[in-house]
Design a protein around this ligand. Structure first.
Ligand SMILES: CC(=O)SCCNC(=O)CCNC(=O)[C@H](O)C(C)(C)COP(=O)(O)OP(=O)(O)OC[C@H]1O[C@@H](n2cnc3c(N)ncnc32)[C@H](O)[C@@H]1OP(=O)(O)O
Ligand SMILES: N[C@@H](CCO)C(=O)O
Length: 339
């Protein structure tokens, strides 16, 4: 991260949906811009799997004057998710009860727990209402969940290649990643390098779902015919190394995939269709034509069950990762939606 986040420390136990408890919680977050007197200019950005609270690192264009959500106009908040290695409590945090990092002692948690944590930050910041909630991929999971828990909290939601419930296809991708991590016999050891071969394999599997054949053919074709040492091979291996260097320890990544699988806004609420019908915010839902994880037909089905929705699709060669690489196209749609 290029700039240190602010840290909110919350004492007392933080109870988790699946039954565990964290003795204490800390939340890392960034803000940009000023909260106006009416307190009605809040933008809450939810980050996805491996990003962090500093938008400058992964959606930097959002902070420019050309952005539909420029900090010249809005007070922008982005908080690091529970379980991420970038400042919020995670398996890398020191367990106050042992004085050692949790690693594989960290309890299972869900998307609802992530939202619960961020609601504590919301209270700390004195925010009563959010003008615009924005999230892509797992970021959108949190936005969906919060919008159903508190239907009047968001005026507008911008949801990019995301959904109200994890799908069997995506669970299978995550399960494959966990199989890869579990195949590394060191994955539950208590140190940073535990299970790192498993993490590299899991990231390789993930990359195949975040991208697609078109972008690989375009960017990773070899210049000359060869029988080995292909560019695509070195690229996919490099992505694993990069994730390990970014502190994605094996148990930490394993738990994040379990949290994604838990996502279902319809759980204990009469099913996903009924829960989608509870959303009161005006929603802009954006799909990407080449996304293998959140396919356009699924995105259209979701939109057809949200009461106030504008559905748009963008073209990208990048597949699912288009939500990170195509901010310019997303910005055009956001400007149109916000008027
Ligand atoms: C501290 C931080 O958290 S910073 C990271 C913040 N980013 C995030 O949090 C979101 C997660 N990031 C991502 O998903 C991706 O990086 C994206 C989608 C944002 C960007 O994708 P791309 O622009 O295609 O970059 P991608 O990371 O896939 O690949 C480029 C890298 O692969 C390397 N590369 C490309 N081809 C090859 C190859 N054949 N062999 C080896 N390496 C290769 C490049 O040199 C580059 O390396 P670098 O990242 O060290 O500069
Ligand atoms: N490239 C994204 C994929 C998940 O949305 C990430 O690493 O966070």
């Amino acid at each position: 991260m290029s700039e240190n986040p602010e840290i909110l420390k919350i004492g007392g136990g933080f109870a988790l949906e699946r039954g565990g408890e964290l003795p204490e919680l800390q939340i890392a977050y960034h803000t940009w811009g000023e909260l106006n007197e009416a307190k009605d200019n809040v933008v809450w950005v939810f980050h996805a799997l491996t990003a962090n609270s500093n938008l400058a690192d992964w959606w930097g264009d959002i902070l420019t004057p050309e952005s539909a959500l420029s900090p010249e106009k809005y007070f922008i908040v982005c908080a690091n998710i529970l379980g991420s290695p970038y400042g919020t409590t995670s398996p890398l945090t020191t367990n106050p009860e042992t004085g050692e990092p949790y690693y594989s002692d960290f309890p299972l948690y869900t998307i609802r727990d992530m939202v619960h944590a961020h609601k504590l930050l919301r209270d700390h910041l004195g925010i009563k209402k959010v003008a615009i909630g924005l999230g892509g991929s797992m970021g959108g999971f949190q936005a969906y969940e919060w919008a159903v828990q508190e239907p009047e909290f968001f005026e507008k939601l911008i949801l990019v290649v995301t959904g109200p419930k994890e799908s069997p296809w995506r669970i299978a991708v995550h399960s494959s990643q966990r199989v890869a991590i579990e195949a590394d016999p060191t994955w539950k050891e208590s140190h940073m390098r535990a299970g790192e071969h498993g993490v590299a394999a899991a990231r390789a599997i993930g990359m195949l779902s975040y991208r697609n054949h078109t972008i690989f053919n375009k960017t990773q074709a070899d210049a000359e015919p060869q029988v080995d040492d292909f560019r695509a091979d070195s690229y996919i291996r490099y992505q694993g190394k990069k994730l390990i260097d970014r502190k994605f320890q094996a148990y930490l990544l394993w738990l994040l995939t379990k949290a994604m699988d838990s996502h279902d806004i319809g759980r204990d609420r009469g099913g996903v269709e009924k829960a989608l019908g509870m959303i009161q915010a005006d929603v802009l839902q954006i799909s990407i034509d080449s996304d293998l994880l959140f396919a356009a037909d699924e995105q259209q089905w979701i939109a057809s069950h949200i009461p106030n929705v504008t559905y748009r699709e963008i073209h990208s060669l990048y597949g699912h990762d288009g939500f990170l690489t195509e901010f310019g196209k997303i910005n055009v749609l956001m400007k149109e939606f916000l008027g």
